[in-house]
Design a protein around this ligand. Structure first.
Ligand SMILES: [Zn+2]
Length: 288
C-alpha cells in the first residue's frame, strides 16, 4: 500500500467467497488481507484454499491502488497548474519580475511622485497628447533602466506598446513647450530621487535640462542688442540659433565652430534688409 493511503475497499461480493470458507480459514484470509494492505508481505504456506480465495481479492486491491495513484498524480498536477496560474510562474513573468527587482535596486518611486508627474504632464501622453496613459520606463527595464521617478514618463497605451527599444525622453520635449512653471515643478519632483546616482537616465535628464538653461543664458546675451535691432529680429535670431539637434543635446549656435555675436547680428540684420524682412515667427521662448 502506498504512503498516506489509509484505507482500502472490500467489495460486497467478497461474501460469495467468504461464505464458502470454514470460519478459521475466513479468519486467516481476513488477517492475510490486512497484512497484505499493510505491506507485511504475508506468505500463504501451501494453503491452496486461501491462495485461491485471496487471488481475486489481491487483483482488486492492486487495481484500486493503481487507480488511487493515478488520481493522486492528477490532483498534484492540477494543483501545480493552479499555483502557476496564480503566481504567473512562466519564464517570461519570472524574467520580468527579476528585471523589475533589478530596476528597483537602482531606484524606486512612490505613488504620490507618479501622481505628481502625470499632473505636471497634464494627464496626457507626453509623446502624442492622448489621454489613455500608462507608466512608461524611459530607459526600458530590460535595458537596465531604473524604476525611479526620473526614468518614468506617461505615455498612452499605443505609444507605450509601439515604442520598442526607443529610449527617447519625451518629457523633456514636452516640457520645452510648457511654461517655466512646469519645468520647475518637474525639477523639484525629480530631485527627490536624484540621490540614486547609479541611474543613468538622471545624467541624461541633467544634460537635457541643461539645454534649457543654456538657451536661457544665450537669450541673456541678446538683451544688450534689444535697442539696436528690435525685439522681432532678436526673436527670429534666437529661434533660428536655438533649434536643437535630433538628440536634443545641443542647439544650432553650439554647433558653430566660431561665434561672434555682434558680427552674427550684423550679418543677420543686413540679410534681413536685403531679403526684405524675415518670415513671421509664430511663437518664441525668448523673453527680454
Ligand atoms: Zn501617445
Amino acid at each position: 500500500m502506498a504512503e498516506n493511503k489509509k484505507s482500502f475497499i472490500l467489495y460486497c461480493d467478497l461474501l460469495g467467497t467468504i461464505s464458502k470458507l470454514p470460519d478459521d480459514q475466513a479468519g486467516k484470509l481476513f488477517k492475510h488481507i490486512l497484512e497484505y494492505v499493510n505491506d507485511k508481505d504475508p506468505k500463504i504456506d501451501d494453503n491452496l484454499l486461501l491462495e485461491v480465495a485471496f487471488e481475486p481479492i489481491k487483483q482488486t486491491l492492486k487495481r484500486d491502488l493503481q487507480d488511487w495513484e493515478r488520481k493522486r498524480e492528477a490532483r498534484s498536477a492540477a494543483g501545480k497548474k493552479g499555483m502557476e496560474s496564480k503566481w504567473g510562474n512562466s519564464d517570461a513573468a519570472l524574467l520580468r519580475s527579476e528585471r523589475m527587482s533589478e530596476a528597483r535596486k537602482k531606484g524606486t518611486h512612490t505613488k504620490e511622485q507618479w501622481k505628481r508627474l502625470i499632473e505636471i504632464c497634464e494627464n496626457k501622453c507626453v509623446k502624442c497628447g492622448n489621454e489613455d496613459i500608462v507608466k512608461d520606463h524611459i530607459k526600458p527595464i530590460y535595458q537596465g533602466g531604473s524604476d525611479s521617478i526620473n526614468n518614468l514618463q506617461p505615455l498612452c497605451k499605443f505609444c507605450n506598446s509601439s515604442k520598442g527599444a526607443d529610449s527617447t525622453n519625451y518629457i523633456m520635449q514636452f516640457l520645452q513647450k510648457m511654461p517655466n512653471k512646469s519645468n520647475i515643478a518637474y525639477q523639484e519632483l525629480t530631485k527627490i530621487t536624484v540621490s540614486d546616482s547609479v541611474n543613468e537616465s538622471v545624467n541624461v535628464k541633467v544634460k537635457e535640462n541643461n539645454i534649457v538653461d543654456r538657451k536661457l543664458k544665450f537669450s541673456e546675451t541678446l538683451s544688450p542688442f534689444l535697442e539696436t535691432y528690435g525685439r522681432d529680429m532678436l526673436n527670429e535670431f534666437y529661434r533660428y540659433w536655438t533649434e536643437p539637434n535630433k538628440s536634443n543635446t545641443k542647439f544650432r549656435m553650439e554647433l558653430e565652430r566660431t561665434w561672434d555675436l555682434k558680427r552674427r547680428l550684423d550679418t543677420w540684420d543686413k540679410n534681413q534688409k536685403i531679403i526684405g524682412g524675415a518670415p513671421k515667427v509664430e511663437k518664441t521662448n525668448f523673453k527680454i
